[in-house]
Design a protein. Sequence first.
Length: 364
Amino acid sequence: MHRSAADQSFLRGYNEALVMAVARSMPTFERATVADATGLTPQAVSKVLGRLVDDGLIAPAGVRRAAIGKPAGVYELVPASRFAIGAHVARRTLRLVLTDLAGTVHHSAVTPLPDDFTPAQLLDELAIGVKTITAAFRPGDRLTGVGLGMIGPLDHAQGTVRDAHRLRHWHDVPLRALAEEALDLPVHLDKDVTAGVTAEAWRHGPQFRDAALIMVESGVGAGLWLGGTAHRGAHTNAGEFGHTVVALDGPPCVCGRRGCLEAVHDRAAEAGDITRAARVLAIGVVNLLQTLDVAHVVLAGADLLQHATTYHEAVRQAVSTEVPRADWQSADVTLSSLGADVIAAGAAMQVLDLRYGIPGLAPL
């Protein structure tokens, strides 16, 4: 069968992405390791390794001498060969990080945002922050782009923020296009929680197939990782976990309904009853497990991390005692390993995955 140039380009990119996935997952690797993990022939692996070495993405790391047979070349990822900047746009702050190709955070900085900030105010702060990072670290052409983890609801496919909760000036704002124009860099826009769960997936590896990241930070949301990839839903707005109703006669919510988990949780938190707030969140997490049957629950967000022990214990206890047959339908409950950087770092990792991930699969 004759392959078009586009077919060959796709296949080449796909094979390189397969090898890069192996390179990110282990300190060193050999041609045989890659062939076993990817199903590519040794000849194909050799060609891909050669191209990646030429591009500076991987590098030779010596040889392994076996008792029998020829020595095998060993390779390793070159993390500093590529970088991305990630941004976490919260209601009070803008957090920027610089990450390398391995997902390691090299720099993190937080800037306060004005109350009820406008798109123009955000873009100004974003441009200043990106300029500061590039001046300090000089990534040059190694900078792949900028990822934005933004408050929802938003349309990931169109790059548009749709009426972000608690922000008056964000009705159908084409933030991705505006940011690309302001920064003169490729920009990837996603919901904050989806960016966060992406970061956890990069750090946990292939066993992290069905998971949720629960974020409490001026609101409550959930990033969903289902079947080994980010789940965004039909309108790319999945994860509005805080706007599921838990009390029919509960307090009014910013979304226009009553008794949403976020509203009930926030009422308790604002009254200083963190134990009750954590219990409300735990009930919501059990509901989520009953709906989606995930195996990992990661807790994150600045407001939650201020009371990390209380929230962690409440959710862990509920998951272990209130899920029917918890001995079988078990789920690990952990705090984010990246702490306050998780959203921004995940946004940066999404940018890197767009360039060095597997073509044809749903982007992270």
